[in-house]
Design a binder for this molecule. Sequence first.
Ligand SMILES: *Cc1c(COP(=O)(O)O)cnc(C)c1O
Length: 396
Amino acid sequence: MSGSALYETFARAPLAFERGEGSWLITADGERFLDFAAGIAVNSLGHSHPHLVAALGEQAGKLWHVSNLYEIPGQSRLGERLVKNTFADKVFFTNSGAEALECAIKTARRYHYVAGRPERNRIITVEGAFHGRTLATIAAGGQKKYLEGFGPNVEGFDQVPFGDLKALKNAITPATAAILVEPVQGEGGIRAVPNDMLKAIRGLCDEHGILLILDEVQCGVGRTGRLFAHEWAGIEPDIMAIAKGIGGGFPLGACLATDDAATGMTTGVHGTTFGGNPLAMAVGNAVLDVVLEDGFLDEVNRKSLLLRQGLAEIVDAFPAVFEEFRGAGLILGLKCRQPNAAVTLAFRDENLLTVPGGDNVVRLLPPLTVSDEEIRAALGHMRDAAEKLVKVAVDA
Ligand SMILES: *Cc1c(COP(=O)(O)O)cnc(C)c1O
């Protein structure tokens, strides 16, 4: 046996944390890190949020798991609340983002199947996308580095370049069932689809009888300053996958759909053992309690402005390190001129945690509850790190 007992699939930082408080992660030695990674946009309300801790604790003392053989009141409640606050009429709960996407893909194919169009089963996806690590979702994402060695690849996905409406139009065939898009690519490097492009994609779907599937696993649940990112474009999908932020740190995902899009998802055609269990539902409902509170999203937008103003100054001050910043709300990216891995490491040396992404970007994904003071502290750490990176570059 070499090294640890774990698969070597993760390049982990040599860091372990004992507890978390709000926007802070704390090691066993008491060293504090400002968490602008938030478990990759998962800890939407930070660490140890009292309302979430209470909800989980209370449920844990009553009932953990019963399976979907029985009714789960927390599931009906969370489903109804998601329906009330979105385009959707129906919800299927999962344990992860990839499973939510699997459900979305199956929902789209069944929709055409039960309408007597089984040949319409292909899904158009966008380059740079990330939809998860199951066999179907790596095929949907189409990234070579995630597909290599795992063939034969799952069939049925056609990929077009990011931001290329003409290519998307040309990719539509009589076999197209759906178009699958992240309104803001997360792992792809915080690349937002412009609002007019999302509108045009919606129009193409309507014109051709194609379903629009949005992947809001990373950009949903308040991250962009609206409950869901597509609201900025004034459009509605037919199907949407969510996860990450809705669980606030508890494994929870969901596939949302209109009544029409979900017509094929009848009794027995899909299932899950753990999905929607009482623990997950208690936490999901508690996350919504906070995110749906009056003024919560206004605060996200206000704090986003503060962070973005600071980032603009930093990009101006350190052109040798940063090219630009981009994104919306509290899903922001710093496109780097130096390798993003080195920048992420330099930030970590200042006790600021961030996440590298595609296109040489460092992702900034603080808890939505981050304070002004913490934003100012993070900006200070970024400046200190950038100064050191410039100095190293000059000395070299
Ligand atoms: C993280 C992510 C997924 C996959 O979620 P898992 O919970 O890791 O399966 C899918 N889509 C997007 C946009 C993501 O960011």
